[in-house]
Design a protein around this ligand. Structure first.
Ligand code: ATP
Ligand code: MG
Length: 412
């Protein structure tokens, strides 16, 4: 083999593509009905946009990004959607409040594993310009309702509040005091994080660190009065939206821009990396990126993670049938094209055979193309004003009168 695709990427076609498309289309129709408007942003941006918003000492910026230089500029392939959406709002002076949906590939150089790739599609929603806790609850509810609408079940929802800079500065001291005598037991990653991005120690995957953090003071118990009030109200609204959730005081998220509410949806079918959907509030990011002071919130889910959490037998949501039309001789092309158009008008797939080929050869091709139905339209059929149709799965054959063909296709 001369060339291979890069590690962690895929060639997507057939069933896998159908399932991905089905989830993306379902998301488009679900979120548009909820007032979200789709946005597409460039696949790469100035590297600095992502570094500044995600944070210098995060997995993405430290080791997972694809950065390249072109001319004098340094760009980064988009590793996530939020920073780009905010940049677009600021640059295009889009009035707030606003709801945006994106369905786009993201790029992260992480270790490929179940549901995790280096190029993957994220579906994300952002609600910019709203600070009321009712929207935190609504965001979580929308994620849950969407996942259920595509057939996912068995996931759990974890919620936490990581406060604002005011709560964090006081809490940081309490946490450091607690850890002072224990720093030699922490893993090297955590020792570094503690200095650079202290909340992220809770994100550590090492068991021995987690055992220490179990008894450490938590940001959730050290919120300022406003953040305490906000979090309490979010939980009250979640109950009113009938959302079951658990509070996870160690949930901090892997990106720097979050404030107050954070949440993750988890599913055990996913294995070690069990998060399907994750997000939260990022009230300071708009201003940080040079925009107006606007509170905001959002989440993203990996399409592959969603698919892994669906039952195996779940069919792709878009069910098109595949037809092949064999016609004999070049005299019947006009009518064959009409038959094909009727099939395609009903949103099915139809491929025409080559009329110069023998019936046998055309039927062989239909088999290779794995169609659901083969239609034969030759001289005899033309004379009788019918077409012969074969259901390739059951082998059943019948004739359909041309005048009834359109209504017949509708019943398939
Ligand atoms: P994690 O610690 O789970 O990697 P993160 O902070 O890196 O989380 P986010 O950017 O918040 O991840 O990702 C939101 C969602 O996007 C994840 O829950 C997951 O469904 C999906 N996702 C993230 N990285 C990948 C990947 N490499 N491949 C496929 N999906 C991904
Ligand atoms: Mg990650």
């Amino acid at each position: 083999m001369l060339y291979q695709k890069p590690k962690g990427t895929r060639d997507i076609y057939g069933k896998e593509l159908k399932r991905i498309e089905a989830v993306c289309n379902a998301a488009r129709s679900f979120f548009v009905r909820n007032g979200y408007q789709e946005i597409r942003t460039p696949a790469f941006e100035m590297a600095d946009l992502f570094i500044r918003s995600i944070g210098e000492h995060t997995d993405i910026v430290e080791k997972e990004n694809y950065t390249f230089k072109a001319g004098k500029r340094v760009y980064m392939l988009r590793p996530e959607g939020t920073a780009s959406v905010l940049r677009a709002i600021i640059e295009n002076k889009i009035p707030l409040p606003r709801r945006f949906l994106y369905i786009e590939p993201m790029y992260r150089k992480e270790r490929p594993q179940k549901g995790r790739y280096r190029e993957f599609i994220q579906i994300g929603i952002e609600l910019i310009g709203e600070d009321d806790p009712i929207y935190d609850a609504e965001m979580i509810e929308q994620g849950k309702r969407f996942l259920e609408s595509v057939g996912a079940s068995g996931f759990t929802i974890e919620v936490n509040s990581i406060g604002c800079p005011k709560c964090r500065s006081l809490y940081k001291k309490a946490l450091k005091d607690f850890l002072r005598a224990k720093t030699n037991v922490l893993c090297s990653n955590c020792t570094v994080r503690l200095d650079k991005n202290f909340l992220r120690i809770f994100d550590c995957k090492e068991q021995k660190c987690q055992e220490i953090y179990d008894t450490a003071p938590k940001i959730t118990d050290n919120l300022c009065a406003n953040c305490t009030q906000h979090y309490a109200t979010v939980k009250k609204f979640l109950a009113e939206f009938s959302i079951e959730f658990t509070e996870n005081k160690k949930l901090v998220r892997g990106l720097d821009y979050y404030t107050r509410t954070v949440f993750e949806f988890k599913h055990q079918l996913l294995g070690a990396r069990d998060t399907i959907l994750a997000g939260g509030r990022y009230d300071l990011l708009m201003e940080e990126l040079g925009g107006v002071n606007a509170p905001a919130l959002g989440w993203a889910m990996g399409v592959d993670c969603v698919i892994l959490s669906l039952p195996d037998e779940q069919p792709p949501l878009v069910q098109r049938k595949r037809f092949f039309i064999a016609t004999i001789g070049e005299g019947l092309i006009t009518e064959t094209v009409e038959l094909r158009n009727t099939i395609q008008k009903n949103d099915h797939v139809c491929i025409m055979g080559n009329p110069k080929d023998s019936v046998k050869r055309q039927l062989k091709k239909a088999n290779r193309l794995q169609v659901d139905y083969t239609i034969l339209y030759g001289e005899d059929e033309a004379k009788a004003k019918v077409c012969s149709m074969k259901d390739m799965e059951s082998g059943e054959q019948k004739q359909v009168a041309l005048k009834d063909f359109a209504s017949f296709v509708k019943t398939i």
